[in-house]
Design a protein around this ligand. Structure first.
Ligand code: SF4
Ligand code: SF4
Length: 306
């Protein structure tokens, strides 16, 4: 059966979950998305405004697509970077940049589908196209979008990457996952910048992940005071989520923190040279931020250097 063969291959490639949904326009999200754009909650991520229609209708990205396949890969590590006397980087950034690794494995999955099922069309996306990955993860039965806006799986939590494949193969769909947040508001209460004050809607310009990764402007002072040693990302709204109490870990070697990263402490970050940055972060997601961006975030956290 086509579906089982794809699931089995995805497991062989290290993916944790694999779900399927019909490739149809996400009409149920249209007013939500229009409201998001209207209220300009996207910060400097203007592409979210520009490419609204292909996001809502993926067939515009791959004419003839019949099925959306969603794969995930857990990234929570058995060993955490020590937090004493240290700056914080998001867990997903401990190892290699996931874009490349997941892309390579998704390309393997697409190659497998082509060699097994013949002359099909298929296209893979990892944070790289105009695809609403989180909405599709829910449609494919992987999890629901929680009040922290992340996709949560009841037994696996939310520490996973998401990849999407569009294909013209017709595959029996899974059931969309229901919302299981219930009365819980732990993420809303824990967010230091009040970026989740409207549950299920991230106020991007106030989110520390955005401020320390995507934002290229100076961080405003009232938000600097909320960083609390965060120099690349922020996992607070995931760490407090009850569904992450027992996170599923991944031991894919590329995602493990390097021995060097495990020894870094505040003074090492503050005195980091551009040469060291280039040497140690070549394959890291921090490379995208660049040396100047990283130092800007360190200085924003370190009052003596503001
Ligand atoms: S990542 Fe941090 S700042 Fe952003 S919404 Fe979650 S808790 Fe708030
Ligand atoms: S912390 Fe609670 S409200 Fe927030 S995403 Fe998790 S379950 Fe939902």
């Amino acid at each position: 059966m086509v579906k089982n063969e794809i699931i089995n291959k995805s497991t062989d490639l290290g993916f944790s979950q694999c779900g399927f949904a019909p490739c149809e326009p996400l009409e149920n999200l249209r007013s939500f998305y229009n409201d998001f754009v209207l209220k300009k909650r996207f910060g400097a991520l203007q592409y979210l405004e520009r490419y609204a229609e292909p996001r809502l209708n993926p067939e515009l990205l791959l004419p003839g697509a019949k099925t959306v396949i969603c794969v995930t890969m857990n990234y929570h590590q058995p060993e955490q970077i020590p937090c004493n006397d240290n700056f914080f980087i998001a867990k997903y950034a401990y190892g290699y940049d996931y874009h490349r690794l997941i892309r390579e494995r998704m390309d393997c999955l697409v190659d497998f589908m082509r060699s097994t099922f013949g002359d099909i069309i298929a296209r893979a996306f990892v944070d790289s196209g105009n695809v609403l990955e989180k909405a599709w993860a829910q449609q494919c039965g992987i999890g629901w979008q929680g009040k922290n806006t992340l996709v949560i799986n009841k037994s696996r939590g939310s520490f996973f990457f998401i990849g999407i494949i569009l294909t013209d193969l017709v595959i029996k769909p899974d059931h969309p996952e229901a919302n299981h947040c219930g009365e819980c508001e732990q993420c809303v209460k824990a967010c230091p910048t009040k970026a989740l004050d409207t549950p299920y809607q991230l106020n991007i310009p106030r989110c520390i992940s955005y401020l320390t990764i995507e934002n290229r402007m100076e961080i405003q002072d009232d938000l600097k005071d909320k960083l609390n040693d965060r120099i690349y990302g922020c996992d607070i709204c995931q760490d407090v989520c009850p569904y992450n109490r027992l996170p599923v870990t991944n031991t894919i070697p590329e995602f493990l923190p390097s021995a060097w990263l495990m020894t870094m402490r505040k003074k090492d970050w503050i005195s980091l040279t551009e040469q060291q940055f280039d040497q140690y972060f070549t394959r890291s997601p921090l490379k995208r931020l660049g040396y100047q961006g990283l130092m800007k975030n360190i200085h924003a956290n370190h009052p003596s250097q503001r």
